[in-house]
Structures are given as C-alpha cells and as structure tokens.
Design a binder for this molecule. Sequence first.
Ligand code: ADP
Ligand code: MG
Ligand code: MG
Length: 255
Amino acid sequence: MATLEIHDLHVSVETGDSATGAREILKGVDLTVKQGETHAIMGPNGSGKSTLAYSLAGHPKYTITGGTVTLDGEDVLEMSVDERARAGVFLAMQYPVEVPGVSVSNFLRTSATAIRGEAPKLRTWVKEVKAAMEQLHMDPAFAERNVNEGFSGGEKKRHEILQLELLKPKIAILDETDSGLDVDALRIVSEGVNRVRESGEVGTLLITHYTRILRYIKPDFVHVFANGRIAESGGAELADQLEAEGYDKYVKGGA
Ligand code: ADP
Ligand code: MG
Ligand code: MG
C-alpha cells in the first residue's frame, strides 16, 4: 500500500516584487494519505491549497523551505516532475494549461508511455481511451483536438479525469476539479473519480472550496485548510459543519 507522508511542509513563492521578495505560503503542513483513502482538503480562497498541490507535483515556482514529503519512504522533494509522475503522483490542476500542437490522443499515449515505462499496445490502448471517454460523456472527436486549446471549463475538467482514469496513479491530487461545473458535469466527473477510487489502488487528495462535490464523492477524512496549514481534521461530518458555518472561525485571528 503506497503512503504519501507530508511532514511540517513549508513553502515560499517568489512574488516577483523585489520589495516583498519570497512569501511563505505553506506554514507547516502535516498530512498522511494512503492508497485507498480519500481526503478532502477544504479551505477559503488564498489559503494555499493550490500551493500545496503544485508543491507536491514539483512546480518550479514554489520553493520548499522546510519539511519532508515521502512516498513509501522515498524523498519526493528530491524527484523531478517526471520522476514524481512515474512514482505515481498525479495532479489535476485547478487551471489546466494549453498544450498547442499536441492532440489529446498523443498527449495521453505519451503520458502513459512515460509512466508505464513502455508504450501501451496500440489496439488495446485505443479501446481503453474510447471506453474511458464514453464513460465521461466525451465526444470521440475530442481525442484529435489540441490539449485544452479552446476547451470549455467543463471539458478541461473531464480531460483531467480522463488522464486520471487512464494513468492510474497511486496518489491523485485533484485541485478544484469541481469548480465551474454544472450539475450534470459535476456528476459525470465525480463518477469518474469514484470509479478510480473503487479500484482501492489510489489515494485521493480532493481539494475543494465548496462542499457540493462531497455529495457525490464521500471522503474518509476532511481537513480544513486555513492560513497555509491544516487547522482541523475530522470525518465526513466536518464537511457538514463547514457547509453550515463556513470558514470564518478558522480565518479570523488564525494567522
Ligand atoms: P488557494 O488555492 O487556496 O486559493 P493559492 O495556493 O492559490 O490558494 O494561493 C495562496 C496564496 O499564495 C495567495 O495569497 C496567492 O496570491 C499566493 N500565491 C500563490 N501562487 C503565487 C504565485 N505564483 N505568485 C505570487 N503569489 C502566489
Ligand atoms: Mg484559489
Ligand atoms: Mg487554488
């Protein structure tokens, strides 16, 4: 069973303003995610949720200033972005980026090849992609479009879940995969996440601002994220409490 262990993680981001310099965003995050578990990370805007996601995936803009991240004891922070992906860490970004000139179909096959260490057999692969796209209610013509170019918000999120289903990571970090989705798209995307969960082989870090996705995806653990760290942890009932009370009590005087 794969285990991702985050201990006392501190992360700064370069603000681009010479007077301010680097700003500490993550201020000591502790979290353990095991394969088969679903953790919801819930917090107000600007609390550092995406910074956590990017830091785990190895985005160069974020500087780790303290703490450790390990996957089955291996130092994740020492790994390149590619090595992290090969080790089984997957990030669905809050704002997926365009990849001009690369079709969805090529992108998926290249990713799968990199992660599996060999190219998937073309015949079975084509079937696999087709089936996964059908389940996500995606038009087959989508496969020939360039990655995220001109995609609607909902199409971008479905494409993220398509990758998740095909790449079968050990740890999936889903950064606001629910944001901007209408009810139908939210259900389809959630069903995709649940299919992957049911395999029991993925540990999911479901980052969200709103509780509504938790009607479709039941977390085993809920963590309130505020001011760059986890302010409280509990079970699914904590999400109900947040729905009723909001984040106020965690934000006020919490710095
Ligand atoms: P969340 O995802 O919870 O909304 P973020 O991690 O996106 O929070 O942002 C946390 C804080 O860090 C915010 O104040 C944001 O402005 C700042 N921040 C994040 N990334 C950058 C960046 N690349 N450059 C400057 N500031 C950043
Ligand atoms: Mg935000
Ligand atoms: Mg964010």
